[in-house]
Design a protein around this ligand. Structure first.
Ligand code: ATP
Ligand code: MG
Length: 341
């Protein structure tokens, strides 16, 4: 019988996923918390909180506590994780749970500390081991990294894009761009408002991104419902694919160019593994229609989307904690506390 629960947490800017040993994926919810404006109490977390966003309910404030992959509001993140972990771990164990939590490779020491603090702040106070997102993503991609084998991974999330060369369980080269799906959404909403006079809500914007992407989808256009920018009345418009592709261009170009730059700086001993294994795309942004072929064309190297890209980082984090049985979390927890004093 296991007394210490082993947990893997992918605390993302847009989505949070929790895996518990023996139970598997137990939670997959938007990274959101709704607070009562009068009392400050938690009104809802996850899906329920996210559903209130943009609806302008007067009595609650919806907070997205992470920005660009790192904690922007520590109290709100801790309260949200508390709500999630109570749901994911209904029974109390005898010992503090050991948790692997993923962080962007470019996170500063203070930003890393904040992630650990959020997971340690409230019951169940986890003993935390932080893992760089690219290492978790490469591990979760299914590539055999044993013996220090290399992999090139690009994780396009909501707030960050992690581009890294991994050797075994270590990062050899990495760049963390503070842009991803949220920047794409903002660019599409801005362009559609400027060009078509249509103010889009968040869901309508995301649907355009997912159906049209860089390719224009099946029809080369998609219908979107929003509000007329002048008359403020509901309006339906046909949005052409080229408009969405143009809006996405600056973000996509930055990602593809950075991949190309990184490929010119591969350690020679990892070059063969990278060419054979190709560039692997993970994260929700990997599903953007046309992104893989765009990276392939710019960087001149085969590019493929990993299996189930939205859960790739979590799969890797789960494998990492399963392998070490939470021993590292127990030792690094002491280090976090020492550093915080
Ligand atoms: N089919 C799709 N096409 C394009 N984008 C998509 C698709 N599905 C999901 N996304 C986008 O992927 C992003 C969420 O991905 P993911 O869950 O990997 O991010 P995250 O882990 O929360 O963020 P980060 O890793 O940056 O902190 C959102 O911006 C979402 O709109
Ligand atoms: Mg992520």
């Amino acid at each position: 019988m296991r007394f210490r629960a082993l947990i893997a947490i992918d605390l993302g800017t847009v989505n949070t996923l929790v895996w518990v040993a023996g139970r598997g994926l137990t939670l997959e919810e938007p990274t959101a918390i709704a607070l009562d404006r009068g009392t400050g109490q938690v009104a809802a977390v996850g899906q329920e909180a996210d559903a209130l966003a943009g609806k302008e309910a007067q009595d609650v404030e919806v907070v997205f506590p992470l920005r660009d992959g790192v904690v922007a509001d520590l109290d709100a993140t801790a309260a949200m994780l508390h709500g999630f972990l109570r749901r994911a771990l209904p029974r109390r164990g005898l010992l503090r749970p050991a948790a692997v939590v993923c962080v962007p490779s470019g996170a500063t020491w203070v930003e890393r500390r904040a992630v650990a603090a959020a997971a340690e702040a409230r019951r169940p106070r986890c003993q935390v081991e932080l893992v760089d997102e690219p290492v978790a993503a490469a591990t979760g991609s299914g590539v055999d990294l044993s013996g220090g084998a290399g992999a090139f991974i690009v994780d396009v999330g909501g707030g960050t894009t992690e581009i890294a060369v991994v050797a075994g369980t270590r990062v050899a080269r990495s760049r963390s761009l503070r842009l991803g799906g949220n920047a794409m959404d903002a660019a599409i909403a801005h362009t559609v408002q400027e060009e078509l006079g249509l103010v889009l809500g968040r869901n309508a914007t995301r649907r355009l991104k997912m159906t049209l992407g860089l390719t224009g989808g099946a029809n080369g256009w998609a219908e979107a419902v929003g509000v007329d920018a002048v008359h403020r009345a509901p309006k339906t418009e046909r949005v052409p694919g080229y408009l969405v592709a143009a809006a996405l261009e600056p973000t996509v170009a930055k990602i593809a160019d950075t991949v190309q730059e990184m490929l010119t700086d591969i350690p020679p001993d990892l070059a063969e593994d990278v060419v054979e294994g190709k560039v692997m795309l993970s994260g929700g942004g990997a599903l953007l229609p046309g992104l893989a072929s765009r990276i392939e064309a710019t960087a001149g190297i085969g590019t493929l989307v990993v299996d189930d890209p939205l859960r790739c980082v979590l799969r890797g984090a789960a494998e990492i904690i399963s392998r070490d049985g939470g021993r590292k979390a127990a030792t690094t927890a002491g280090k976090h506390q020492h550093a915080a004093r």
